[in-house]
Design a binder for this molecule. Structure first.
Ligand SMILES: [Zn+2]
Length: 302
């Protein structure tokens, strides 16, 4: 594979979506990382500070697993290798309860800050850590902060070479930290016959713009009715499953607050944390959900 340009992208031909009780089954995903490993906090928490910060990820991810168990929802957990190494029991519970284990890279380094060699080593190391601990193959990958875009499409080749069959790392929106608005909104191969499929985070189309509706900070900051309407629109108008993502720290309203953050970063990270669990319960119950590898099985296997 030699992907250098989005003009090489080949959309996966749409197939009838997976249905359950006459409803489209959407893909639920969780990016498993500590509250302090987020890019929005990187100006005040450096890599060297991680070991001195209290760990919250085990507690908050168990809460997420409890919520999913209550709603009878299976999901994909894109997990950092760094977190998995310290919390084997958590990885084992994810797999034992029927969820898919995916890779979120080793320690949340954005792909566009790595050389091809560094990225290759990171991807392979994380995949083998997760597989050794869980005993199951890890096929999916999500880049930290959706950091695969026009300038580093080689990353998709590296993922394929390392044995990943799909990636969900491109966000087809305009955003100050990430995004590739010209990318397809629905699953595509980076080039003809590529062994890997990229599955972008969900958006709705307004005029010439893609508006995010796949969870994350947007889900916390905008009214619930927006997300509910947009997920339905992707299902009913685009006839495609939606992909939703969030982080365990987003339901952890008691996490320690970092000082010295800009207003924007504070808003992005802390706004509406206390409302998140209720909202999540709502979205889990209003729609049908399943793991990424099952929702997109036909796209991945073709
Ligand atoms: Zn992340």
């Amino acid at each position: 594979m030699n992907v250098v340009n989005p003009s090489q992208f080949v959309p996966v031909p749409p197939s009838p979506p997976l249905m359950r009780d006459s409803r489209v089954v959407n893909a639920m995903s969780v990016d498993v990382e500590e509250h302090f490993q987020v890019h929005a906090l990187s100006s005040v928490v450096s890599r060297e500070d991680w070991d001195s910060r209290p760990s919250r990820v085990e507690y908050s991810t168990h809460r997420v697993l409890d919520l999913f168990a209550k709603a009878d929802v299976k999901a994909t957990f894109f997990t950092l290798g760094w977190v998995a190494q310290q919390h084997h029991g958590l990885v084992k519970r994810i797999v034992a309860e029927g969820h898919e284990l995916g890779s979120h890279g080793y320690e949340h380094v954005r792909v566009h800050t790595q050389t091809r060699e560094q990225f290759d080593a990171d991807v392979r190391r994380t995949k083998s850590i997760l597989e050794d601990i869980s005993g199951v193959p890890v096929n999916g990958y999500r880049a930290a902060t959706f950091s695969i875009s026009r300038d580093n499409l080689w990353a998709l080749e590296v993922l394929a070479e390392a044995g990943h069959t799909y990636s969900s790392s491109i966000n087809p929106i305009r955003h100050d930290l990430y995004g590739m608005p010209e990318a397809p909104r629905f699953p595509f191969r980076p080039e003809q016959n590529a062994s890997l499929v990229e599955i972008p985070i969900s958006t709705v189309r307004f005029g010439k713009r893609n508006i995010p509706c796949g969870g994350g900070g947007f889900f916390r900051l905008l009214p619930y009715t927006w997300s509910s309407w947009a997920i339905s629109r992707v299902n009913d108008t685009d006839l495609q499953p939606s992909i939703f993502y969030f982080h365990p720290w987003e339901i952890d309203a008691d996490q320690p607050r970092e000082s010295g953050l800009s207003i924007k970063s504070r808003l992005r990270h802390y706004a509406n944390l206390g409302r998140m669990e209720n909202r999540l319960s709502k979205v889990l119950n209003e729609f049908e959900w399943d793991r990424m590898d099952r929702v997109f099985a036909s796209a991945i296997s073709v």
